[in-house]
Ligand binder design. Sequence first.
Ligand SMILES: [Zn+2]
Length: 334
Amino acid sequence: MLFRDIIGQEDIKQHMQKALREGKISHAYIISGEKESGKMMLAKTFSQALFCEQGGEEPCGECPSCKKVAHDNHPDLIYVRHEKPNLISVDEIRDQVVGDMSIRPYSAKRKIYIVEDAQLMNASGQNAILKSLEEPPAYVTMILLTDNASALLQTIRSRCIQLNIQPVMKEREQIKRQLMRTYQMPEYEAEAILNFSQGNVGKAYVLANSEGFRTLMDEVLSLVFSVFSMQQIEVERKAAEIKTAVKNKELDVKEYLDLLVLWYRDVLLYKATANLEYIYFKDHIREIRKQAKRADFENINNVLQKIEECRAQVRANVDLELVFILLMQVMKEI
Ligand SMILES: [Zn+2]
């Protein structure tokens, strides 16, 4: 990945490329931003440029060093691993960072340590990192990635250059076009993905890449199209189907509900404004128009409210079959 292929984040890219150009690389960086917002992508591109044998402000992508970084097997790029999902232990920091730092780089002029989810370091882990940040060998660069920089000690933060990832709403159109082009998806699907990811580019690409997303979309559309005319027995069958699909991990129930909300929000929006501008499911405007005409505001609000109730029930592990039977009964009113 080149800097110029990363959408948005102009400030961070400019900072990194200026540092590369001037050869003024800090010993430590914090890249903070919400989950899947592209922190690792930026850290990796920066590392690649730092190791690149061409030494430019973009990685060349072709030299052996660039290729090793791309394949995650550059010996001087160390990703700090941790065993427990919610903790980076002090021993892991000692083994992989503090103890390793005095060993000179294997093949490059530099050694880069990337600590993903740095907020998972407890106080002793952070103190160990802090010690190593006080007098690091000249060849060391540490990159801490976090979705919660305030969980890091002030003393660590003050020793790092902090780069904050901004949600990229203003580049929304650009991302949308790129999604449509890259994944050959219709506009409404790209819009839906963007709406889900709320300007969070990494997540948008994860969704666009996920095979399941299109299937999920089709599933939801087929339900909202047909629920109106379903007999009770079909409702029950459908609910059982959904439960099985969730159990087999073929369907993410949270995303399913998100898409249902998106549909009924469209119906509501169209009923209120008759304006197509903010409609996501533009390709299905005939059905939206039909439902908007058929339902009154109360019906639509009931469904939206019911979906919110379902979310709470899903979190509370209420039987999914029952949850969906009740939901569909409300949806049938539209
Ligand atoms: Zn290169």
